[in-house]
Write a protein of this length. Sequence first.
Length: 170
Amino acid sequence: MTKSDLIDMLCETEKMPKGRAELLINAIFDCMEAALRNGDRIEIRGFGSFEIRSYRAYEGRNPRTGSAVSVKPKRLPFFKVGKELKERVNAAATKAAIAKAAAGGGNSGGSAAKPPATPPAAGSASGSGSSSGSSTGAGASGGASSGSATAPAATVSGPSGTPPGGDRFN
């Protein structure tokens, strides 16, 4: 959603002229910007909070050349989502997933859902037959058809035992 979309929605819901809605939206954003510039924290109950986080200077690297670059200290706005908004978004996503599964589950979705249910049985069959073991090995390398194939990929670690890039920001 853009600022223009927000102005249009305000016009439609509150039945006000577009110019007045634009003034309201701009006034709200200007007040929020001024508060953050002063270092104040903005808290909107049920939505979230905005605050300024300060970052110290550090030596970074130019990714193209690899040369050292000094990064100046900076202050950046940070948004933390509120509990109610988080719950509403997750509830909407859950409803959408259920509706999508119900709509697509009858025809093509049902046939696509059955093969992932079969790999656990195929995994137990792979221990008893060597020819099926090679076929499940090919399926596991694909990763998209088997839900269990994604678990090992998530636990891949770097040479020091940490996830790749896991200690980049520490």
